[in-house]
Each structure stands twice: as C-alpha cells, then as structure tokens.
Ligand binder design. Structure first.
Ligand code: FRU
Length: 518
C-alpha cells in the first residue's frame, strides 16, 4: 500500500473509532508474557507487542506509575499516521501495555509531545476534585502538508481525569497555531518553579522556541534560542529543558536537549545538548559547539520524565535512527526504547558534560552469574565462551586506555569496541556484526567517540547486551554509545585484548539480564 493509502485508511479508522472527541474505549489488556520470543526481540527493553514505534512521548510519573507514551502506527511496521501508544510501569523496567491513548482527529496526526500532572487544576479540566494529567502534542495535518502549506503543524492538548487511562481532546485545539513555520513541533512542557508558570519548549526547524502559560491553554511566546549555536546539519526535533545540579557542587545549570536529523556525529539522527541558564523566559548558553548525549547511532528523540518522585532526571530514547529505522530486520514489531537512564551534570576542566547511566532498577535485572570475573594481564588477550552473552551485563575496569572488547558468535560475526589513548577515542565497529546490509548507512563505517578522559583517569566500561542492541557506558556515562545489532547467531564469546604493557584489566562477573517479558 502506498503512503497515501496508509494515511487514508488510518484516518478512516480514526473517524470510525475515535467517536465523540473521546478516544477509543478501553480494550482488554492482553497478557504478553509469552509472546516476546521472536528472533531479535529485546528482553529487557521496551518494545510494543507489534507494529511500528518511534519517539517516547508524554513521559510522566503520577501516583506510583511511570507512563510511557510513544509514537505508534498500529497498522504496519513502517511509519504511518501517528497515534500515541501507551504503557505503564511501577519500576521503569517491567511494563504493562495499555490501550492506545491518542488517535488522530480532524486536526491531524498525533506527533511527539509531553505530559504533565496539573496538580492545582490550572487548566480547569477537573470538575470534581480530580487531578488532571494533560498531554501536549503536535498535530500534523496531512491535508495541509499535501496542499503545500507551511502551517500544517500546530500544538494541541488532551486531558485525563482517571490517571492516564482515558484521554479527551480539548475542544479549543489547537492551543498554539502556526504562522507559517514548516517544522514546528514536539512540545515539552514543565512547571517552572522560578516563574511559577508552565513553560513549553518546542522546535522550529533550526531553533527552539519557549512559551509560558498559566493554564496550559493560552501560551505566550517568551524567547528563542539556537539559530547560531550547536549543530545544524538537519532539522531540530524533540527538545527538553530542565535544571540539574552539578555533581559535587551547589551549582545548578539548565540543560537544553535537542535531537537533530540528519547530521549527528556518526551520521543520521542524534541528540545534542546545551548547558546554560534559564530565567523563566530566556535560555542562554555560551556553548557554540555541539555536545552529543550519545555517540552511538541508535539513541534518538530522547526526553526526560516530568514529576519523578525525588526529582531525578530520567531519560528514555528511541533506539533507532531515521537513516535505516524502516528497514531493520524485524517483522512483528519495529524498534525499541533505550534502557531508562539517569542524567547527571559533571564539570571536567571547566567544561560541563551531561552523563547518562542506567538507573539502578536496570542493574536489578542482572541476577545470575554467567561467568566468574577474571583478570587480563598486561599485553595479554583473554577469550571466554559465555553462553547467554547476548543478554548480559558486563563491567570492566582498566588502569590504561588501550584495550579492545569484542563480542563474537559461532559464525565469526563480531561487534568490536576499542579504546585508544593516543587518539583519546572510543570506537565501535559493527560492520561485521551480522545482518548489516538492509540499509547502506547501517554498517558502512566505524563509529567514533571522544573519551573525555583525563591523564591518570582509570576507565570503567559498563556494557548491556540485549538480543538486538548494545549500550556502552564509559566512566559513569560520561561517554555513551547505543547501537542496534542483528547477528545471525547469538554472541557467545567475549574477547578482551589488553594492549597496555604495564596494567591489568579486571573483568567483573558477567551477569545474565533477566527478561522483563517472560
Ligand atoms: C522525531 C520525529 C518528531 C515527530 C515524530 C513523528 O523522530 O520526527 O519530530 O514529532 O518523529 O513521528
């Protein structure tokens, strides 16, 4: 079916199912615990049971529950008319699927956005003392786009008075119209303590725009940021803005996250960030050069949770890349989310760096030991057969910055990582990792990251391997690489080459990661 065909049928189902401005009535929840067994099905990452998913949306914690909404096309495993899929969790690792939360309507498809807990009912949506959850998203009008107009993306809101179970679109939508900006989307809203207002940041092609509101319905433009700063190799998407205390100090800085496609450091889609100050109106950063949140090619459109219990910044990204997202070799579903990661701001030689590292609940899944820890002597290479390596957690510490780590399978397919002190870089090579030629951009080059390590630093590498991904965190997430992998047989051999003449490498117990779906 052509794209137009898909959109037509998608919209038809909207008209039939999305009755009375309210969304689809509750479907029965399904027990999916037995069905997550296909080849490449991630075992400790979130995936929809079936069909296409992209960006995480509406990340919000409320009454003991973490909500994860996501860009979802329920009819196919390629992108199509967007809905908000929905899942909930008590611990951010075990998920329960929920009925689709938002369906396209007469204003358009439901693109990315955020959700807030309107504790004081500023929106007035609650009539009987409930606490409204309010979702803020982009409407994308296909008709407007096809007609060659520039104003086809607007912002709308919807609310839930039953803790996120069912959603009603606001009848005054759209709440932010479009004056003719082609790419105008992905609103992130949060309550700003300083100005005692709701603040919304969205992206407009090559810059971020900030808006303020008292009630989530009427928004005033406050300021803009970024035309001359950071990377501009592609369109800016999915912004986020939040304060973070610098580790080990009383200083608080504001971080602006901007996803961009294409033009990321290793090609295609990637996420940059700016560190600066925000006074309730204007975001100012002196940073001119881009900083990348993740140097792998598969962490995109990531944003953070609103309203976390103790104010932690928890981030989830979409584990794919628009260069090849539509072509990855899965059939029932397509693509996964990264593991949830805690963000931290670190100051290194006067420079602010945003670290991201798996939350402790992810470690909680690493239970049984697959292989006892071992030492790799100076200038030695150790190879270990580890059944279950393809769903495991590894931790390695090294006094030197010259070593390589390779995962291999019985077919000789490899994913090879190496740290190089002379170049001060970390490299990941998945060119021979299995199925790579479904799209040229997937396996055509080695991916490189600067290490940000200083003289005398020792190195700690944490690696999470799932059935079709690898996530690498160096020194607490100062350097991160997230990559999809599609080996033709499970990785079962770990090879560590210590290239240093003096120091040893310690490999901790290799642990199995429990499945969250079985
Ligand atoms: C990012 C993105 C967003 C948009 C959504 C559409 O991946 O392009 O900018 O809202 O996906 O699905």
């Amino acid at each position: 079916m052509t794209m137009q065909g898909k959109i037509f049928f998608g919209l038809l189902s909207v008209l039939i199912l999305g009755c009375k401005g309210n969304d689809k009535p509750n479907e029965e929840k399904q027990d999916l615990r037995h069905s997550y067994v296909e080849q490449y099905r991630p075992q400790f990452h979130f995936t929809p049971e079936e069909k296409w998913m992209n960006d995480p949306n509406g990340l919000v914690y409320h009454e003991g529950i973490y909500h994860l909404f996501y860009q979802y096309y329920p009819e196919d495993i390629v992108w199509g008319p967007m809905h908000w899929g929905h899942a909930t969790s008590k611990d951010l690792v075990h998920w329960e699927h929920q009925p689709i939360a938002l369906y396209p309507d007469e204003h358009g498809l439901i693109f990315s956005g955020s959700a807030v807990v309107d504790k004081n009912n500023t929106s007035g949506f609650a009539k009987n003392g409930e606490t409204p959850l309010v979702a803020v998203f982009t409407y994308h009008s296909m008709e407007g786009e096809k007609a060659g107009r520039m104003d086809f993306q607007t912002q709308g809101i919807a609310y839930s008075l039953d803790n996120g179970e069912t959603w009603t679109k606001y009848d005054g939508n759209p709440v932010i119209g479009n004056s003719g900006i082609k790419d105008f989307r992905d609103p992130k809203v949060f309550w700003d303590e300083g100005s005692q207002k709701w603040v919304l940041v969205l992206v407009a092609g090559d810059n971020a725009k900030f808006y303020g509101s008292d009630n989530l319905k009427y928004w005033n433009l406050l300021s803009e940021f970024g035309r001359e700063q950071g990377a501009h190799g592609g369109v800016w998407e999915c912004p986020d803005l939040f304060p973070l205390q610098v580790d080990g100090s009383d200083e608080t800085k504001w971080v602006l996250i901007i996803s961009m496609n294409p033009g990321a450091s290793n090609g295609g889609s990637g996420t940059q960030y700016f560190v600066g100050n925000f006074d309730g109106k204007t975001f100012i950063s002196e940073q001119m050069e881009p900083k990348w949140l993740d140097f792998g090619t598969d962490n995109y459109a990531g944003v953070t949770y609103n309203n976390t219990p103790n104010g932690e910044r928890i981030f989830i990204g979409w584990m794919s890349n628009w260069d090849y997202a539509r072509d990855t070799p899965t059939q029932k579903w397509r693509s996964a989310m990264t593991v949830p990661r805690k963000l931290a701001l670190k100051k290194r030689e006067g420079d602010y760096l945003l670290a991201n590292y798996p939350i402790p609940e992810v470690d909680g899944l690493a239970t049984s030991i697959l292989m006892e820890g071992f030492t790799v002597g100076a200038h030695q290479t150790e190879s270990r057969r580890i059944e279950g390596l393809n769903q495991s957690s590894l931790l390695l510490t090294s006094g030197s910055k010259d070593f390589s780590i390779t995962l291999k399978n019985k077919l000789g397919e490899t994913v090879a990582m190496s740290m190089d002190s002379k170049k001060n870089q970390f490299a990941l090579d998945r060119r021979n990792s299995g199925q790579v030629d479904f799209q040229e951009a997937f396996g055509n080059k080695i991916h490189i990251a600067p290490t940000h390590l200083l003289e005398g630093d020792s190195v700690e590498v944490k690696i999470l391997v799932d059935q079709s991904s690898i996530e690498i965190f160096v020194n607490g997430g100062l350097l991160t690489m997230t990559e999809q992998l599609f080996p033709n047989a499970p990785f079962d051999t770990l090879i560590i080459e210590n290239k240093d003449q003096k120091t040893e490498i310690e490999v901790s117990n290799v642990k199995k990661m429990e499945s969250v779906w079985q």
